[in-house]
Design a protein around this ligand. Sequence first.
Ligand SMILES: Cc1cc2nc3c(=O)[nH]c(=O)nc-3n(C[C@H](O)[C@H](O)[C@H](O)COP(=O)(O)OP(=O)(O)OC[C@H]3O[C@@H](n4cnc5c(N)ncnc54)[C@H](O)[C@@H]3O)c2cc1C
Length: 421
Amino acid sequence: MQVTVIGAGIVGVCTAWSLAEAGCEVTVIERNRGVAQETSYGNAGMVAPAYATPWAAPGMPTRLLSMLFATDSPVRFQPTLDPALWRWVVRWLGECRTTRFKRNKERMQRLAFYSRDVLAGMRSGHGIAYERTEGLLQLMRGERDVTMAQTTIAFLKEAGIAHQVMSPAECRVREPGLSDIAFSGGIHLPDSETGNCPLFAKHLKTLCEERGVRFEFGTTVEQVQTEGDRVRLRTSTALGEDHRTPDAIVIAAGISSAVLLRQFGVRLPLYPVKGYAASVAIREPTFAPLASVMDEAYKVAIVRMGNRIRIAGTAELGDCQLSLETRNAERALATVLKVARDWFPGAANYQGASWWVGARPMLPDGPPVLGPTRHPRIFANLGHGSTGWAMAPGSGRIVADLVTQRKPAIDLEGLTLARYA
Ligand SMILES: Cc1cc2nc3c(=O)[nH]c(=O)nc-3n(C[C@H](O)[C@H](O)[C@H](O)COP(=O)(O)OP(=O)(O)OC[C@H]3O[C@@H](n4cnc5c(N)ncnc54)[C@H](O)[C@@H]3O)c2cc1C
């Protein structure tokens, strides 16, 4: 069976791998010159299934409103006249109700835990090294964070997820590089991990090629056309246009997936939510994080990646330009730097950091869309939002199962296009 995967982000590469493992003849089409050059490039690297949570949560609208006007706010909203933005916002507000939140969270975690196990199998089965560290420490600055954390702690207990609530002193034992900043404590999630997502994607691409997967870089899918039960792709390169008719296609085009879906009549409220990151070489390991920490007040992650630190977070909705030259970008980067300097001031010369902006492919309710679309030969693997790296290995396996008509290992309730029908 000939299958074409559109997009070589982490989701597309993992899909290609699982399809090849299932015996398919796989081609990956990617407009960039390599794998993981867009949203998968500079993320925080967290694979934290217990932390996989919808952003549409009870109390979140009020919390966001209170944060919007602070100069160091981790959230920015730039209203525009784009109707798709407002449709997304309205739907997102509806998903903040407690019942919806619980349902969406369960769906995300079902996939994220499965994905963690698939990732572990790939790692041990093929010896993929990707600057992995173990454990995630959520840090609470003050009483407000502690109050907010009670729901998380109750959930962790109820779900039987390993965790330890820690005093500031206990946090410092786990992360000795932490500064002398006064804070209220933390929650440690030992089963979470962090890894370099683009490095993993690069290694997996090599393994894919060893199994015969073809990567066509510098090639853009311009149009997905359907003719009865057949599917036809119009692609372009610097040399001209081409057409192909594979047996099946998988759309794993990140934020651009919505455009491709619309071409055969599927409308999804997929919207980019921008985030920013800084990467900087460690100057003194004594003062650097050993694994990963998450500042719960600012929702900024500080993560050890080899001999570098990655600091990533913030959310910006409205302006879709991926530019580091805007006023909002300047503010977001200042927030990211502030958080790093608060917790690990001596770890690096932060002025020398390299900056990045990426767009999370976000659906308003949280979980991605996997599997069949309205056309029998077109499959989706998209909308992974803020947890695409954590969900990619599992999503890839599930979509490959569906393409090859095998039964996925987990229940797909709420993880398919059916919920938007
Ligand atoms: C600041 C930040 C921090 C994050 N932290 C984490 C984290 O800690 N853990 C986590 O799990 N997730 C995190 N994420 C989210 C994660 O990075 C994304 O969910 C994930 O990268 C999405 O992967 P993707 O493959 O769907 O998209 P992408 O990586 O964007 O890949 C899509 C690919 O499709 C290609 N493409 C699109 N259209 C076409 C076309 N027409 N023709 C050819 N090619 C096309 C693009 O060029 C691109 O390479 C973070 C995101 C941000 C912004």
